[in-house]
Design a protein around this ligand. Structure first.
Ligand SMILES: Cc1cc2nc3c(=O)[nH]c(=O)nc-3n(C[C@H](O)[C@H](O)[C@H](O)COP(=O)(O)OP(=O)(O)OC[C@H]3O[C@@H](n4cnc5c(N)ncnc54)[C@H](O)[C@@H]3O)c2cc1C
Length: 359
């Protein structure tokens, strides 16, 4: 059985920033990722002001042009909702944290390339095609069971032993579900699902190329819908409570865009879907900590990468401190992330995401 100081489950922004904080302190960390890297993620891939500031602060870097897509910058004033009765109005996707102002020039990136770039900056070792299936705390360590697949399709099971396990495995986190078995299924929160479809763009019609447009359309689906451009593709997003027929919502959104805005779409390229849990933040138990969406750090109005980076980094710092001082990491993590918990809670209470919430 392989031994590591820390195992991080998931190579998204939360996992990479946790790994970065640990590597900065010289701690041995292994990131396990179930997909083949670089992996796509259901996300609009817009880096808000706060996210850009956190990337600078924790990774000392600016995103390179090679991971950007056009339009490269989306101005905050161009993030707008449209309604037949009122036309366009601003839609505040980013809610200021601690009263601080961040850049209002949002950067449009390919999420697969952004996540790969962050992971490389962390300088942590990562094994992809490693699906964490279970774990158990035994005395002062955690045993982890992982299903591995190789390029020729062969499956094998591998066991690890670590001092801390970090679940940074996203909104449908298996680490969180195993820690809180009552949340299997819908459980202790509301589960929502989203679907994104990428279509080759033939004509934007009346839509603005440099904008991110949000619609609340009960006749299309129960959650907000949004549309924005990524290079030669138009990305359409729909959502609803878990179990809803999102493909039907997607078809209705396509018709609406054609009829109302004269948008013409060409070939379909890809679908991405994901599930999230709307529940109070939960940071873990004992030697198993959670970060990012796995910890329920979810902003329903569109942002999420910033909370993932911030919580992941602080989780890593708390573990590093616990190694130095010989004390448990969880109370430190709870203390150093109180402001993130407060901000996510505030954003969730202010988020308008259901079509029935049109003001
Ligand atoms: C439709 C939509 C649009 C969005 N647009 C934006 C946006 O424009 N800007 C923004 O800031 N936020 C946006 N978000 C939110 C953002 O995508 C998430 O908040 C962010 O990705 C969370 O990061 P994370 O690291 O916590 O999890 P993730 O990015 O989900 O990463 C989790 C990783 O864990 C891996 N994993 C899962 N299970 C296992 C397992 N068992 N073993 C090993 N690995 C595993 C996954 O494959 C994945 O790579 C959007 C979300 C949605 C749904």
């Amino acid at each position: 059985m392989e031994e590591r100081d820390v195992i991080v489950v998931g190579s998204g922004p939360a996992g990479s920033s946790c790994a970065k904080a640990l590597r900065d302190e010289g701690i041995d960390v292994l990131v396990l990722e179930k997909e083949v890297l670089p992996r796509y993620k259901c996300c609009s891939g817009v880096l808000f002001g706060q996210t850009q500031a956190l990337v600078r602060r924790y990774f000392q870097a600016e995103t390179p042009a090679s991971i950007h897509c056009s339009p490269e910058v989306i101005e905050a004033r161009n993030v707008r909702e449209w309604g037949a009765e009122y036309g366009y109005r601003r839609y505040p996707l980013e809610i200021a944290k601690d009263g601080r102002c961040f850049s209002e020039r949002y950067v449009n990136v390919w999420r697969n390339l952004f996540d790969k770039w962050l992971l490389e900056l962390s300088a942590a070792e990562c094994r992809d095609q490693s699906n964490v299936r279970g774990f158990g705390e035994i005395a002062d360590y955690v045993r982890v069971r992982v299903d591995e697949s190789s390029e020729n399709g062969q499956e094998s099971v591998r066991g690890y032993r670590c001092k801390y396990l970090v679940g940074a495995d996203g909104g449908n986190s298996i680490v969180r579900r195993l820690l809180t078995p009552q949340s299997l299924g819908v459980g202790n929160g509301i589960a929502v699902e989203t679907l994104q479809s990428y279509f080759k763009l033939e004509s934007l019609g009346l839509l603005n190329r440099d904008a991110w447009t949000v619609f609340f359309l009960p006749e299309v689906g129960e959650m907000l819908n949004c549309v924005h451009q990524k290079d030669e593709y138009l990305v359409l997003s729909v959502g609803g409570l878990a179990g809803r027929e999102l493909k039907a919502s997607m078809a209705r959104l396509r018709c609406f865009l054609a009829e109302q805005f004269d948008v013409r779409l060409g070939d379909w390229w890809r679908n991405e879907g994901c599930q999230m849990q709307i529940a109070p933040p939960y940071l873990g138990r004992g030697r198993v900590l959670l970060a990012g969406e796995a910890a329920n750090f979810v902003y329903l109005n569109g942002e999420g990468i910033s909370a993932a980076i911030d919580s992941g980094y602080r989780c890593g710092k708390a573990i590093a401190q616990s190694f130095r001082e010989g004390k448990s990491a969880l109370p430190r993590y709870a203390e150093n992330s109180m402001d993130i918990v407060a901000h996510v809670t505030k954003c969730l209470s202010q988020a308008r995401f259901l079509a029935s919430q049109v003001a």
